[in-house]
Design a protein around this ligand. Sequence first.
Ligand code: HEM
Length: 502
Amino acid sequence: MPGLNPLLDAPIRWKAAATDPDLRDLLEDLQANILKGHGRHHAAHLFLSFKGMTPDAVAEVVRTLGRYCTSAYAQLRTNKRYPPHLDGGPVRCLFLSAGGYTALGGHATMPAGAAFAAGMAARQSILNDPPRAAWDKVGWRDHAPDAMFLVANADAAAVTRDLEDVEGWLNGTGVRILVIERGLQQTRQFRPNAKPEGVEHFGYVDGRSQPLFLEEDLEPEEASVAAEPRGAGDTGAPWSPRFKPSQFIVADPNGRRSHSAGSYFVFRKLEQDVRGFNKAEDDLGKALFGANATQVQLDRAGAMVVGRFEDGTPLVLHPSEQEQAVPNGFTYAGDPDGAKCPFHAHIRKTNPRGDIQRELNLPDNTGDRKPIMARRGITYGAKRPMSKDGREFDDAGREPVHDSGLLFMAYMADLEAQFEFTQQSWADNPDFVGNLNAAKGRPPTGVDPVIGQTGTASQRQHTYLDGHTQGASPSVQSFAQFVHMKGGEYFFAPSLSFLRGV
Ligand code: HEM
């Protein structure tokens, strides 16, 4: 689309939209939550079916819901009015799956891509997902959604009111609501007087490392990276959060304006067996450090699974949690053998920060950076009870096993090259960085212990070197699967001019 690409070739300074009509056109027509997460702690995700409706009736529904949706520009301006919080009023977004575009008939052109056209359930063998017959009974097992409507707010009651309005209005349109997935962000306050931070249900800070493509977000983050202490041997350029918007935003084939854009979107309901995970973490700690392992050692065992301590401190930098701001400019250049942070750790597999460049002897780090997605997940299920200071969970032995987890969501320009590649070629690949291992005569890396979905026992075995402990000898330990996929779909987040004008 003429005019769109230069805007997406470099991070956007959104405040410049006040005087740049092209940028303003882009931001007013792009949906919220893509350039920057909505940040609201309460959300509802309505999954809709258009089965049996005529294309004209579907278009009418899309037009009406489209009028409720929030633009990127409105989201950013509202955030500005409520500093420093992101919780500035409602955010609403509408997404269509391939089924939704098909239901629109001649009203719309299908966005490109084989994965999008096929839908998530049909990509089961690529993703190692359980078959649809094993997905959640309510909503997911028997039907593929044609659309998802997201409503988010700082206030749970406001989300409920929004939901009631939408449900009331949809009644009689022919739309069927397959399921409503409520999101409720779990938080922890790691330091006295610090802001509570978003954590996933295993208890680890989530969302710390993100690709940024707004200059206003990059400025404080790059200043913090420049001030961060670097690890021993990590002497090259720091990992940069600076990404081109074109890695996450594409032209909307149905847009009505000169700069109409949208984004491919992954939704996955990932159930977390917290009790099982916690026990496995403790068992791992005892296997590595002995039956009388200290709490610091048990915490380190968990960090060897995730790659960060619960408060977000990167394991490659520190042997225990730190009472200070959590850095994100680190790379693994000073840890080429995976001795400090194992190659299999979740964050090392999903963002190798130079390992792939070393593995394939590439001239630059594009091989590592191309799959990075803009993650926008939120936890679901009841909040876990906390200690009085809000720092620790207070439910030992009673942690959730079912009905709690992560609504994983991510925006990207290419489903195959970003989400599917990350899940298949990195997380699920037991031979990840195989050349680096082979050169040292080491066994395969194994699958990602957090989200890896290949099940054989040997693929879930990992080598722990613990370079943080002098004289530690390598140890091979298993880690079972505690994250289970319960439903999901691929969507496109279209431009507002299409949604409102279809
Ligand atoms: C980072 C947990 C699912 C990709 C993280 C972090 C945690 C975490 C604790 C570290 C905090 C941060 O840097 O943001 C989980 C849990 C999951 C899950 C518990 C499932 C229930 C996924 C999935 C993917 C993914 C499905 C992609 C296929 C990433 C990426 C990062 C990350 C790319 C950032 C790594 C970095 O830049 O260093 N995750 N995650 N995660 N996760 Fe996940």
